[in-house]
Design a protein around this ligand. Sequence first.
Ligand SMILES: *[C@@H]1O[C@H](CO)[C@@H](O)[C@H](O)[C@H]1NC(C)=O
Ligand SMILES: *[C@@H]1O[C@H](CO)[C@@H](O)[C@H](O)[C@H]1NC(C)=O
Ligand SMILES: *[C@@H]1O[C@H](CO)[C@@H](O)[C@H](O)[C@H]1NC(C)=O
Ligand SMILES: *[C@@H]1O[C@H](CO)[C@@H](O)[C@H](O)[C@H]1NC(C)=O
Length: 414
Amino acid sequence: MRSFIASSVFLGLAYAAAVPVEASVVPRGSHGHKKLNVQVGVRPYYLVDDMDESPLKEKLESCSEQKFKTSDFVFAHRGAPLEFPEHTLQSYRAAHRQGAGVIECDVAFTKDKQLVCRHAQCDLHFTTNILNTTLASKCTTPFTPFNGTAPATAKCCTSDITLAEFETLCGKMEGFNPNATTPLKYMDGTPYFRTNLYAQGCPKLMTVDSYIPLVDSWDLKFTAELKTPEVKMPFNGYTQKQYAQDLVNKFYEHGINPSRVFLQSFLPDDIFYWIDNEPKFGKQAVYLDERVDTPAGYANATASIPGLAKRGVKIMAPAFFALTKLNDAGKIVPSEYAIACQKAGLDIVAWSFERSGWLQIGGGGYYYDYVKNVLNNDGDMYTVLDVLAQQVKVKAMFSDWPATVTYYANCFGL
Ligand SMILES: *[C@@H]1O[C@H](CO)[C@@H](O)[C@H](O)[C@H]1NC(C)=O
Ligand SMILES: *[C@@H]1O[C@H](CO)[C@@H](O)[C@H](O)[C@H]1NC(C)=O
Ligand SMILES: *[C@@H]1O[C@H](CO)[C@@H](O)[C@H](O)[C@H]1NC(C)=O
Ligand SMILES: *[C@@H]1O[C@H](CO)[C@@H](O)[C@H](O)[C@H]1NC(C)=O
């Protein structure tokens, strides 16, 4: 791994030196996974087969029979939600098995100010079964059916219910049907490129208190995103700062060394809060940069990089489209934003792989925006990943299907 992971491994070893000898003889890089039989499954092979002929394809083919191991280059985005309901126990287990070195919990708070793992504070109506339970009556906006012109709507937030109520819900595949006339039809909206195969029964939702011991038991690293509240803060007296501090406190309570934790936020004030008040966490906090989503914002964001480095930010993380572009010859190369980060000595983490559906449809859309004109088959996603890894030099890649990135990372020794 490159510098920031390397330094955290170093800290991890220093920490390990204080504990019994058995723990410190675990070989560096293995994170104690000697017994884990990492499985990448068939998908990486399918993608490599689908690639156009190139030296990269040959290199990836040459790794087909190797034994795969866990890599810190691989950040599991919401678990493995390409096929498993996001932020559930089953999804995190799949990510672990696929070799993700770092597992994500997106953090939202409940009505009683407890921290749970959800991608957004108000996504319960399309990521859980809440509309099919008695808790539906507590939703901010109850279900309203499609009426011939206006789409069906609902809005259910973690802050609408208590922790105990949250724990009675079941995860489902992300998605909804805007044309639905009943809650059950609304919930039935899994996109064509995902599957309900692993969504039967009651996929178990996660709280921060169940996530931390689980990932710790696997000896993996953590990435926890403080999700931007969708209710006005302070919420019944709960301030943004307390929310940011509570997340840090959870890792203290569970005895986790900060070198194993990558906190994230889209809000620069959260990042600055951790830098100023919890520097051990702040020095590897990840600034999720959505300013790049508009051309003017992209230019501003690029210009702001040296100032952010001065302020103590160490890791930038835009959507990966912002890190590449096409040069005049139509080749995929690092973007101005990526180069600005490199020049300022900032590390880059990119998101999110395997969320786009078929690349033959519009070159993959949002995540491939600046390079989509040269993409037309799913194998091309490895071409983009290769530029991100080798030229942009991202330190890690979030993926909805960690195995795809694990295969690449192992093949290139990342
Ligand atoms: C909806 O709830 C009913 C009653 O609990 C249950 O039998 C059914 O499986 C549920 N359907 C979904 C999609 O959650
Ligand atoms: C459907 O709902 C929208 C939004 O509430 C409303 O403006 C519209 O008149 C409704 N259409 C019908 C056919 O009821
Ligand atoms: C909803 O209905 C509209 C037209 O009535 C159709 O174009 C659209 O594809 C439908 N969407 C879904 C998700 O079924
Ligand atoms: C870009 O920065 C300029 C100057 O600071 C500011 O006026 C403008 O609102 C910013 N635009 C965006 C989209 O952030």
